[in-house]
Design a protein around this ligand. Structure first.
Ligand code: HEM
Length: 456
């Protein structure tokens, strides 16, 4: 079935179908073994089995959506909430009272609180900080030393998010701590999601102890940020003030736990996704130096040789297309989950209340049915006359509907500026110890990317 011919039925008077069970399952483990062994290939192959297929993950049935149209329908339908294996594993980190894991009226209230800080018209105020950070990064790499892309990408991601949204002054030492803590915590969360061994994770094993230490440090870090702001007595017009001043539906100040969970829920997805995207971008620039040259030419034609600024980014069409193409092939967020809260349907298939649904933006964004030469890195596919031929929802790295990332404009502005500043200053080369193979966790990123930044 092509994406265009999917016409979701209303379920009234129409016989709903049972989605087929995907092939290749093992006794007891079902599809879990293949999913754990090579999740990207597994999720990508499902598209050959149907628009919507059932998977057996151990004793559990999970529904996997494989077409762009149905991912859009899923995101836009009120019949599904944020839940399922990914979110359950993340709740331990993000708390139950933050915007990323809450549902219903609490979620709607929280989105209202944070939204103003991310609105399109709020972004230019962050421009000077983004410029400062992008140019400081360029200057930092001028020594010719090997760049450890993981820690450098985290560092700038945390600095920009914290300086723009929380007006943090402190950031270097905390960025290092956050980077270390998040790496350990996200690794542990992912393991707990794919291999749910419950009580075994409470045993005093070195890996469990490291996980608990990292989680505790992450929460301590957030407490420090909140306490520091309170002690300063200042109320700048930023996201942290909005959180500290937020009221619940009865007009009462929100509780300490909710403030804490909200800061965690913004800082952690914010830094992990941006850092992963910067790593992928650097990898792309190292693998395709000719695209880096074209970025540099475009930037110089717009700036005339002065340092690239925030206001230039919207004129940098090719630069932006390089970024989007990197995000298409190596999306930071590669898997998303929902749970049905009622008996419902999707694409004419029956979905029972309580069913977990998953889909992979990675698989959707690499689907040969949507993309010609699907695995080729081709930034020009985002030229308007070519992009308009793509199926709707074939590229939604920030998702759609009421859970769409609030930070899409913020992220694209920051990443566009970083791409322009780095590619103008350097060519990137792999060094022998670099390991650019993909590391699948809560996000996707290269395992250990080490590059040499060669000044142009
Ligand atoms: C390349 C960068 C980013 C990507 C690809 C990305 C992607 C996403 C996606 C796909 C979702 C929706 C999840 C779902 O539908 O289940 C999401 C949600 C979210 N993102 Fe981002 N994100 C990025 C950057 C950021 C940044 C910088 C921040 C904060 C500073 C942020 C904060 C959030 C929050 C708070 C949510 C939860 C929204 C809700 O549930 O209402 N993200 N992000």
């Amino acid at each position: 079935m092509t994406v265009d011919s999917v016409t979701p039925e209303t379920g009234t008077g129409t016989e709903l179908r049972e989605p087929p069970v995907a092939g290749g399952r093992f006794p007891l483990l079902g599809h879990g073994w293949k999913m754990a062994r090579d999740p990207l290939a597994f999720m990508s192959r499902l598209r050959d089995e149907g628009d919507l297929v059932r998977l057996k993950l151990g004793p559990k049935t999970v529904y996997a959506v494989t077409t762009p149209a149905l991912t859009g329908a899923l995101g836009l339908s009120p019949d599904y909430i944020i839940s399922g294996p990914l979110w359950e594993s993340l709740e331990g980190l993000l708390g139950k009272e933050g915007v990323a894991t809450a549902n219903g009226p609490l979620h709607r209230r929280q989105r209202r609180t944070i939204q103003p800080a991310f609105r399109l018209d709020a972004i230019p105020a962050y421009g000077p900080i983004m410029e400062e950070e992008a140019h400081a990064l360029v200057a930092r790499w001028s020594s010719g030393e090997v760049v450890d892309c993981t820690s450098e990408a985290f560092r700038i991601a945390v600095r920009v998010a914290a300086r723009c949204l929380l007006r943090g002054q402190f950031m270097d030492e905390r960025a290092e701590r956050l980077c270390r803590a998040l790496a350990t915590v996200f690794r542990g969360m992912y393991r707990r999601m794919v291999i749910p061994l419950g009580p075994l994770y409470r045993l005093p094993l070195p890996a469990n102890r490291a996980f608990n230490r990292a989680l505790a440090d992450l929460h301590l870090l957030v407490d420090e940020i909140v306490a520091e702001r309170r002690a300063s007595g200042q109320k700048p017009n930023d996201l942290l003030t909005a959180l500290l001043e937020a009221k619940d539906d009865n007009g009462e100040p929100i509780g300490e736990q909710e403030i804490h969970d909200q800061v965690v829920a913004i800082l952690t997805p914010g830094s992990e996704t941006i850092a992963s995207t910067i790593m992928s971008l650097l990898q792309v620039l190292a693998e395709h130096p000719e695209q880096g040259d074209r970025v540099r030419e475009e930037v110089e034609s717009v700036t005339g040789g002065r340092p690239v600024g925030f206001a230039d980014v919207r004129s940098l069409t090719y630069t932006n297309n390089v970024l989007v193409e990197a995000m298409r092939l190596r999306p930071a967020v590669w898997i998303l989950t929902r749970r049905a809260i009622t008996d419902t349907e999707l694409g004419g298939y029956r979905i029972p209340a309580g069913a977990d649904i998953i889909y992979s933006p990675y698989a959707i964004q690499r689907d040969p049915k949507s993309y010609e030469r699907n695995l080729e890195f081709d930034p020009d596919r985002w030229l308007p006359e070519r992009a308009k031929a793509l199926p709707k929802y074939a590229m939604r790295p920030f998702s759609v509907g009421n859970r769409k990332c609030p930070s899409d404009h913020f992220s694209m502005a920051m990443l566009g500026l970083i791409t322009a500043a780095l590619a103008t200053a350097y060519r990137f080369e792999h060094v022998p110890d670099s390991d650019g193979s993909v590391r699948v966790g809560i996000t996707l990123r290269p395992n250990r990317l080490l590059l040499k930044a060669v000044p142009r």
